[in-house]
Design a protein around this ligand. Structure first.
Ligand SMILES: Cc1cc2nc3c(=O)[nH]c(=O)nc-3n(C[C@H](O)[C@H](O)[C@H](O)COP(=O)(O)O)c2cc1C
Length: 183
């Protein structure tokens, strides 16, 4: 595999379908170690990582299914229960909240850089991820399951990981569509 940074950045894809085997712990630890080298203003290192074990994952799956059941019915809830139960590895990344709105925004930006480093680090070991957010990651019971207080931490996302069963194609807009060259 071409492990150049360009190839890893361009090749990383959000993975929707994983093979069942759980990647080795040390690969995930290596990616977490790498992720913390993300830029962070004032050296706040505002990220926190929760390595979600099977019991907690099951509780999150049930919470998500109950949210979906209330919104869209039992059929869709069951479909989600099935797809989420097939996810081999679970991390949750949060950001320590700051009283200062501007600092919080910058800290959240740093946490997003952290997540990108994490996903690229995993991808360089052949491990795919999906960064996932939704009603469940903002639900008060989700915070309880993680053992954190919503007023102290903000959920940046669930990061599912595992070996990809399928690597989807992706596109991006041409550079000239967003690049403005100023004098
Ligand atoms: C903050 C954030 C939240 C996301 N949440 C979801 C999500 O809930 N479900 C999902 O399928 N993808 C989610 N994604 C992944 C995007 O859908 C994905 O990055 C996009 O489709 C481009 O695909 P790529 O990552 O393969 O380039 C999220 C990405 C970000 C940055």
């Amino acid at each position: 595999m071409d492990l150049s940074i360009a190839n890893i950045i361009r090749g990383r894809r959000t993975i929707g379908s994983f093979r069942p085997e759980v990647p080795p712990v040390h690969e995930v630890e290596n990616a977490i170690e790498l992720a913390r080298w993300a830029p962070n203003h004032k050296k706040t290192e505002p990220w926190r990582v929760y390595w979600v074990g099977p019991e907690t994952a099951r509780a999150v799956i049930e919470l998500n299914s109950s949210i979906i059941a209330a919104k869209k019915g039992e059929g869709e809830a069951e479909a989600k229960r099935k797809s989420w139960s097939a996810v081999p590895g679970w991390l949750a990344v949060t950001c320590i909240r700051s009283e200062d709105q501007f600092r919080h925004e910058e800290d959240y930006a740093a946490c997003c850089c952290f997540v990108q480093n994490l996903t690229l680090g995993l991808w360089s070991s052949g491990i795919g991820t999906k960064w996932s957010t939704g009603d469940v990651t903002r639900h008060e019971h989700f915070f309880e399951l993680l053992g954190i207080a919503p007023n102290l931490e903000r959920v940046v996302g669930l990061i599912w990981y595992g070996y990809p069963a399928v690597i989807p194609e992706q596109t991006r807009q041409p550079v000239e569509s967003f690049l403005r060259r100023l004098k």
